[in-house]
Design a protein around this ligand. Structure first.
Ligand SMILES: *Cc1c(COP(=O)(O)O)cnc(C)c1O
Length: 367
């Protein structure tokens, strides 16, 4: 039969009428940028996340860029970033002519390795960006302790973890800034690009609001050099419709993950993704580790089962970071995960039959 990696059409079918009515309202008013719909969605997020300020921005990459700008990161400053994450986490640092300094991750959770991070701290280190990779929080309280000790600003990259919790607290609310992406394939995804920065600090939040509109306040009077980093009203209304259903969708993802875990537990060849103590996982990705990853991917491809490799190249070995990156062997866990990890189909609308088909195919392929 085959199973797609992700089926956004199945999700849209459930919310089509409501989305279309919301989008029509925005068109009727012809008020497309920021405004009351964006403010309404920001309030929804503040409430959902239990955070003082939620600021809608253009995308997740700009959320990181704006937070680094608001933190006052300057050219030549060092920012610690895990090597095993999406490019944007480090790209935002480099965009400011600051230096991404790569550290390793933990082999089980895929999240930042605090010992590796601590070894990278120098007098030039200004900030650190832990990532809640695949949908579960990094060890945020330990990150905050380390940051306090060295007076670092912390940006929690929660682009993949909207709705995940740690010790009952929402992902993205532990640090000076939380950065989210509403890219369509994320668990909370819009109809195009979108993002959010949240913060509990009034002054930092105000600086984000200012920087997202060219540092302009009042109109045509620029206090700071910012960017064009606004969220569209169309995105806000679509996201507001989806936010109401997010917990139910995330719950269903966790059920699918549990079903996979159960099937794979008996096989000695597949490492299922563990959930760290105190965490709830929203499974933006369900990512296994296998020794013969490329062969498994090819076998699944033959059966029409979609899967993805997040990520094939660790950031310290990316061509664009030649000057600041490193050499093979520097960050062994990140390098190994790039060789061994494979993400399987997971989305709330997956049927039992589809889950079974994927698990059967994986087990048959690894033998
Ligand atoms: C998706 C993602 C981003 C960037 O988000 P965009 O909205 O695509 O700019 C940043 N960090 C991580 C970890 C992501 O997964």
């Amino acid at each position: 039969m085959g199973v797609p990696f992700l089926d956004l059409k199945a999700q849209y079918a459930q919310i089509k009428a409501e989305v279309q009515a919301s989008v029509a309202a925005v068109f009727d008013e012809q008020a497309f940028v920021l405004g009351k719909y964006v403010e309404g969605f920001e309030k929804d997020c503040q409430q959902y996340l239990g955070v003082k300020h939620a600021i809608g921005v253009s995308n997740g990459s700009d959320a990181l860029l704006l937070a680094l700008m608001a933190a006052g990161v300057k050219p030549g400053d060092e920012v610690i970033v895990p090597a095993f994450t999406f490019f944007a986490t480090a790209g935002a640092v480099a965009r400011l002519n600051a230096v991404p300094v790569f550290c390793d991750v933990e082999a089980d959770t895929f999240n930042i390795d605090l010992e590796s991070a601590a070894r990278k701290i120098t007098p030039r280190t200004r900030a650190i960006i832990p990532v809640d990779l695949y949908g579960q929080c990094a060890a945020m309280e330990a990150v905050m302790d380390l940051a306090r000790e060295h007076n670092l600003c912390v940006l929690e990259d929660a682009a993949q973890a909207f709705g995940a919790t740690r010790q009952g607290k929402q992902a993205g609310t532990f640090a000076h800034f939380g950065c989210y992406s509403f890219y369509p394939t994320k668990n909370l995804g819009g109809a195009g690009d979108g993002g959010m920065v949240c913060s509990n600090d009034d002054e930092l939040a105000d600086r984000i609001r200012l920087l997202r509109v060219h540092g302009e306040r009042p109109r045509y009077h620029n206090k700071l050099v910012g960017i064009c980093g606004r969220l569209d009203a169309l995105q806000a209304v679509v996201l507001a419709v989806k936010l109401k259903r997010l917990d139910a969708w995330n719950k269903r993802r966790a059920e699918i993950a549990a079903a996979y875990n159960k099937r794979f537990a008996a096989s000695g060849k597949i490492k299922s993704p563990p959930v760290a103590k105190g965490n709830t996982h929203i499974y933006h990705q369900y990512t296994i580790r296998v020794a013969n990853r490329d062969q498994l991917q090819a076998r699944l491809g033959e059966k029409g089962i979609g899967c993805g490799i997040y990520y094939p190249v660790p950031l310290h070995l990316q061509e664009c970071f030649k000057a600041v990156g490193g050499k093979p062997g520097d960050l062994p866990v990140s390098e190994q995960l790039c060789r061994e990890s494979l993400s399987l189909p997971i989305f709330a609308e997956m049927t039992e039959a589809q889950v079974k088909e994927v698990a059967d195919a994986v087990l048959a392929a690894v033998g």
